[in-house]
Design a binder for this molecule. Structure first.
Ligand code: CP
Ligand code: NVA
Length: 325
């Protein structure tokens, strides 16, 4: 593959500027419009996406595979059981091999260090499809779903509360809210607040975008006036052994009808899924009239197509043309 010095990766929302986010959404909405009209968009015809999963997935695996196919490309699904990342072969060597065959690499892993190694070693753009620290594709998809539902691309000032664990999903939502000038509140138990690095970064960006960022231990303070209430599982992948303890600590942070009643009337209920119904969210809320969880899942497809096309464009990756010779 042709080496390019201009390639970008999407390892973190903190990699993105306001202009970058606008460009991604411009691609994503243009592709969605064609998708909805059932017009094919083979802008990455012949291109290959490598997908590396070191953790389970339904939505991410499906939407990246469907997404690259809809762009005219193809994908290979590499689970760590087969490729033995860091055991059978070094992370560096895997990245260098994949780089010779693939145009884009998607990586779901535990520590961001591994994703950084792959991004450093590959000339192909690398996308973070969830690490312990972040889930940038999720946040970009979730806010795109809100834009579609609200009929505007301007989410500045939009009040959204994240209630639960200050985890990977919370980090990416908070950082993207800062870029987009939103009114973001996180309510978590003490010691489960979002990481200082993400909070400091978001506060810094908020100074120039006008975003508001609040972190509190009081769920009612966070949801008061919120037009969307978001939650995620209390024990993320890799934390299963902490489940019993977390269930006890997080119980007052359950998103249920009582908590939703404290938000703006008609506030959207949001969740990245998979959900543990009856723990972080009740059936009444997730199945309720204002739940948009499946819209969020749908927008994984549209937003990630936008991300792939944006990254491909930056790296000079484009569709294969027909050999007319
Ligand atoms: N929300 C999300 O990333 O779902 P999966 O873990 O199923 O990919
Ligand atoms: N916080 C969750 C998100 C799953 C999509 C996890 O990391 O398991």
């Amino acid at each position: 593959m042709t080496k390019t010095s201009n390639k970008r990766d999407l390892l973190s929302i903190m990699d993105l500027s306001v202009a970058d986010v606008e460009e991604i959404y411009t691609h994503a909405f243009a592709l969605k419009e064609k998708h909805d009209a059932r017009i094919a968009t083979p802008v990455l015809a012949g291109c290959t996406l490598a997908m590396i999963f070191e953790k389970a997935s339904l939505r991410t695996r499906s939407t990246f595979e469907i997404g690259i196919a809809q762009l005219g490309g193809n994908s290979i699904d590499l689970s760590n059981l087969n490729i033995g990342m860091g055991t059978r072969e070094s992370v560096e060597d895997i990245a260098r091999n994949l780089d010779r065959w693939c145009d884009l690499i998607m990586f779901r892993t535990f520590s961001r260090d591994r994703a950084e190694v792959v991004a450093r070693e590959a000339t192909a753009p690398v996308m973070n499809a969830l690490t312990d620290e972040e889930h940038p594709c999720q946040a970009l998809s979730d806010y795109m779903a809100l834009m579609t539902i609200l009929g505007t691309r301007d989410l500045s000032g939009f009040p959204i509360a994240f209630v639960g664990d200050g985890n990977n999903v919370c980090h990416s939502l908070m950082c993207l809210a800062a870029i987009m000038g939103m009114d973001f509140r996180a309510a978590t138990p003490s010691t489960y607040e979002p990481g200082a690095e993400f909070l400091t970064w978001s506060m810094g960006v908020a100074r120039s975008t006008g975003a508001k960022i609040l972190v509190t231990n009081d769920p009612v303070e966070a949801v008061r006036g919120a037009r969307a209430v978001y939650t995620d599982i209390w024990a993320s992948m890799g934390q299963e052994h902490e489940h019993a303890e977390r269930e006890r600590v997080f119980r007052p942070y359950q998103v249920n009808t009582d908590l939703m009643a404290q938000a703006e009337p008609g506030a959207f209920a949001m969740h990245d899924l998979p959900a543990r119904r009856g723990e972080e969210i009740t059936n009444e809320v997730i199945d309720g009239k204002t739940s948009i969880v499946y819209d969020q899942a749908e927008h994984r497809l549209h937003a990630q197509k936008g991300i792939m096309v944006w990254l491909a464009e930056k790296a000079g990756v484009h569709a294969y043309s027909k050999d007319e010779g």
